[in-house]
Design a protein around this ligand. Structure first.
Ligand SMILES: [Zn+2]
Length: 147
């Protein structure tokens, strides 16, 4: 077991592990070995279990070469924004400080999701400039399996 407050991460790409203490917490950090994405080890099992119960056929949520009818990230972010907006409208008329705090938090969450969608769309623009998108069944434009 690590020191109290230390977070153990595992790289999803090279499987190397690393513990951090006292750094700014992030569920996902960059692997120093391979530059891949490392995930908080205590969360990995949780995420896998959630994906199994919440998505059909044990599939992941995002569109990929393994999940052709999954969500495009930017469309999923837009959908979540839309659903959070609905949640706001259900509580906006409740004047309690708790409800108003949740409204403010949800507005901030929508703003962050919007910023994430902008990042994802800018990735799309860069990739479209490389080559037309062949879709999830086609040759990837970047990465290990690129055509
Ligand atoms: Zn790695």
């Amino acid at each position: 077991m690590g020191q109290p407050g230390s977070i153990k991460y595992e790289c999803l790409k090279c499987k190397s592990t690393r513990s951090t203490t006292g750094e700014k917490y992030g569920e996902v950090i960059v692997c120093a070995v391979c530059n891949g994405a490392m995930v908080d080890l205590s969360k990995i099992a949780e995420y896998k279990a959630a994906a199994e119960t919440k998505s059909k056929d044990n599939k992941t949520i995002l569109m990929s070469s393994e999940n052709h009818d999954g969500w495009k990230l930017e469309e999923l972010l837009d959908q979540v924004e839309y659903e959070v907006a609905h949640k706001i409208n259900k509580i906006i008329d409740d004047p309690s400080p708790q409800a108003q705090l949740v409204v403010r938090n949800n507005l901030s969450i929508i703003e962050h999701l919007g910023a994430a969608a902008v990042l994802q769309r800018s990735s799309g623009i860069v990739l479209d400039a490389l080559r037309a998108n062949e879709g999830p069944a086609g040759k990837p434009r970047i990465g290990r399996d690129k055509g």
